[in-house]
Design a protein around this ligand. Sequence first.
Ligand code: SF4
Length: 294
Amino acid sequence: MTESHNDFSSVPNKSQLSMKADCENCFGLCCVVLPFSASSDFARDKDAGHACQNLQSDFRCGIHNRLRESGFRGCTVYDCFGAGQKVSQVTFEGRDWRRAPGIREQMFYVFPIMRQLHELIWYLSEALTLRQAYPIYDALSLALDKTERLTYLNPDSLLELNIPEHRAEVNKLLLQTSELVRDEARQRYKDSLKRKKNHGRGIDLIGANLKRADFRCANLRGAYLIAADLRGADLRAADLIGVDFRDADLRGADLTESIFLTQSQINSALGDADTKLPPSLTHPLHWFDPDKKK
Ligand code: SF4
């Protein structure tokens, strides 16, 4: 469902590459399983478990090249982290919910579980690329192996998984990684860094004027930065896991060295060629196309 281009350097690691959505090998699961409400992101309401009216019989989107112009901006932002193709081709071995309606309900319940597992794999894979995380490398590797193995379980076993418990285990390691990365960066920036601010998880900065703000080494986990003005802001070495960047203005902002930032978050924001991203992420096409900006 996402759109991006590769005019800028992009070096996702091997595990993260397999987490890229491959819609060609998916049975349109996000277009069926997820509900959406009529809003600036979706042109109309859709209930969970009902196919979007734009989903064609070949599981392709009938308006793929004009999603934004057609009022389906949310579809260009959503990322399944490769869960769609895993459920379609591995868990259900290429059987699709249209030709095999008997698997429909089970497949639709499995998809969000797989998405959570794949999202955790994305974060763990990133953590393993960070030299600062070396002290907990073994624990991260074990957690990644375990999470990858879980994605190959059969449908019944996947549905029995205690996902909140597994997420909590992984989250502890991601928090440790975050501390290691930000502590090391704080040492490097100590001469220019002001007193450490504690932003707290899920801080509400919706619509805030944060132009040229210094967020280096900040913990912004789960922060609401919807429509915030972050032009020229410095977010180097910040923990950005789960930050809501919808419509945030990132023009000229520096997000290099930030951790746990995803393409989906970037796709939901505004930016330009001067926005500096971590090397695994790309500048979305709509940042440069006046017809697709909204
Ligand atoms: S508009 Fe296209 S991409 Fe979005 S849910 Fe419908 S079929 Fe899927």
